[in-house]
Ligand binder design. Structure first.
Ligand code: PMP
Length: 407
C-alpha cells in the first residue's frame, strides 16, 4: 500500500482522462454512479475472453473455473462488509433489488395488519416504495421518521415512534440527496430494544468505507456494485443467517431449488435459495475486482483526502453569494446539495455540463424530503477519492460563470 496520491489513483480510471464539451472532464456525479478502475474492466474482459460459462453445473473445466471465481467473489464481498458468514451474502442486481427482496420475502411472511414499518423522511424512493407496496398487501403501516432542518434524523421523534408494533426500521446509512451520515448503530440499538429488525440501505455508504455490518449491528444490509467502483447490474444483500433461513424465497426457478416435483418443491440452502436463475457471473467477479482494488488503496489517506475535499467545498460554498447548502448534517460525506437564489437547478446543471462538469440536478429520487424542505430540487455535486482540489476550484469557477450568464 502506497501513501494516497490522487494523481496516481486517477491514472487507474481511464474514463477520467477525456475532454467533455471542449473541457477536461470534472466528474462530480459519484452519488449516481462511480467510475471503474482498469482492473474492473480487465476482470470483465478476462471472464468473457477466457472462461465464460454457467456456474454450479460442474459439467466441465470452464464451468468449474467460473464457479470458483464467482464463489471467491462472494468471499471477497463478505470480508469487505465484515459478514460473519459467507452464506449470508446474496447477489442481487443492486440496492433496489435487495430492499425489494426483504420487503417481499420477509414482509409478506411476517408483517400483519396493524404492524408498523418505519423509514426516514430522507430515504431514496428505493427504500420507500417496496415498503409501501408490502404495507398495502399486508395491512401494515409505513411511517416516516422526521428529519431536522440540518438534514439529520430527529432521534427524539424516532424514539417516540418506537413501540412493540414496529417490526421493521429501514434506513439509509448515507443520504444520497443531502449527504447526511445517519447514526445507524444507535438507531439499531433503539429498534432492537422494542424487538424491531433493521434494514440498512448502504447504497451511498459503500464507496466511503463504512460497510461493517457487525459494527452496525443491523439485520439486513443492501448496496450496489456500481456505486462501489464496480459494474452495474450487480449488488449484495446481506442478512443474518437465521432470518434468511426462516424466509420464503421470492423468485422461483433454477438454482434456488433442492428438488422439484409436481407434488412440491424443496428449496436450496442459503444463499442460493434467493438466487433464482443464472446469476450475473461476470459482474460479480468484476465487483470483487473493485473491492480488491479498494483494499490495496491507502484507506486512511483516501478518507483524509475526501475530508480535505469536503472542507474546501464547505469553505467555498459559504463564501459564494446566493448559494444555499441543502443539508448541513454535522456528520456527512462529501456531497454538496445546493440551490442558487433565483436560478433553476436544471439550468445550472446544463451550464456546468457545457464546461465539462458533471453534476446531478433534480429531486435525486428523494421527492418526500425535497417537498419537506420546500424545494423542487437541488444541484448535487458528489465527490469521490479520485476527485481533486483543483476540481473543486473548477466547480466554483463554473458556478460563477453560470451565475453571470443567468442573472
Ligand atoms: N438508495 C440510495 C440511498 C441511493 O442513492 C440509490 C441510488 N441512487 C439507491 C438506493 C438505489 O440504488 P440502485 O439504483 O443501484 O438499485
Amino acid at each position: 500500500i502506497q501513501p494516497f496520491d490522487v494523481e496516481r489513483v486517477r491514472a487507474d480510471f481511464p474514463i477520467l482522462h477525456q475532454q467533455v464539451n471542449g473541457h477536461p472532464l470534472v466528474y462530480l456525479d459519484n452519488g449516481a454512479t462511480t467510475q471503474k478502475p482498469q482492473v474492473v474492466i480487465d476482470a470483465l474482459v478476462d471472464f468473457y475472453t477466457g472462461y465464460n460459462s454457467n456456474v454450479h453445473r460442474g459439467a466441465h473445466t470452464l464451468s468449474d473455473r467460473a464457479t470458483e471465481k464467482f464463489e471467491q467473489a462472494r468471499v471477497t464481498l463478505a470480508q469487505f462488509i465484515n459478514a460473519p458468514d459467507v452464506r449470508e451474502v446474496i447477489w442481487t442486481r443492486g440496492t433496489t433489488e435487495g430492499i425489494n427482496l426483504v420487503a417481499a420475502s420477509w414482509g409478506r411472511q411476517f408483517l400483519k395488519p396493524g404492524d408498523r414499518v418505519l423509514v426516514s423522511m430522507m430515504e431514496h424512493h428505493s427504500n420507500i416504495v417496496p415498503w409501501q407496496m408490502i404495507a398495502a398487501a399486508t395491512g401494515a403501516h409505513l411511517e416516516p421518521i422526521p428529519v431536522t432542518n440540518l438534514g439529520e434524523i430527529d432521534l427524539d421523534a424516532y424514539a417516540a415512534m418506537l413501540d412493540e408494533r414496529v417490526k421493521m426500521v429501514s434506513v439509509g446509512q448515507v443520504s444520497n440527496a443531502l449527504g447526511s451520515i445517519n447514526p445507524v448503530a444507535q438507531m439499531v440499538e433503539m429498534a432492537h430494544a422494542v424487538g424491531a429488525l433493521v434494514m440498512v440501505d448502504g447504497a451511498q455508504a459503500a464507496g466511503h468505507w463504512m460497510t461493517d455490518v457487525q459494527a452496525l449491528g443491523c439485520d439486513f444490509y443492501a448496496f450496489s456494485g456500481h456505486k462501489l467502483f464496480g459494474p452495474t447490474g450487480i449488488g449484495v444483500l446481506w442478512g443474518r443467517s437465521e432470518l434468511l433461513e426462516a424466509m420464503t424465497p421470492w423468485h422461483g426457478g433454477g438454482e434456488m431449488i433442492e428438488s422439484v416435483s409436481f407434488q412440491g418443491t424443496t428449496y436450496n440452502r442459503i444463499p442460493f435459495k434467493f438466487e433464482a436463475g443464472t446469476p450475473n457471473i461476470a459482474d460479480a467477479i468484476g465487483l470483487a475486482a473493485a473491492v480488491k482494488y479498494l483494499n490495496q488503496l491507502d484507506k486512511a489517506g483516501a478518507i483524509a483526502h475526501e475530508d480535505a475535499l469536503m472542507r474546501a467545498v464547505q469553505q467555498r460554498a459559504e463564501a459564494f453569494e446566493g448559494l444555499r447548502l441543502v443539508g448541513c448534517a454535522r456528520n456527512r460525506v462529501c456531497v454538496m446539495s445546493f440551490v442558487l437564489e433565483g436560478i433553476h437547478a436544471a439550468d445550472i446543471g446544463m451550464l456546468l455540463d457545457q464546461q465539462g462538469i458533471a453534476v446531478r440536478t433534480g429531486n435525486h429520487c428523494a421527492q418526500p424530503v425535497m417537498e419537506y424542505l420546500g424545494l423542487d430540487g437541488t444541484v448535487r455535486a458528489s465527490f469521490s477519492f479520485y476527485n481533486t482540489l483543483s476540481e473543486v476550484d473548477r466547480l466554483f469557477e463554473g458556478l460563477e460563470k453560470a451565475k453571470a450568464f443567468l442573472l
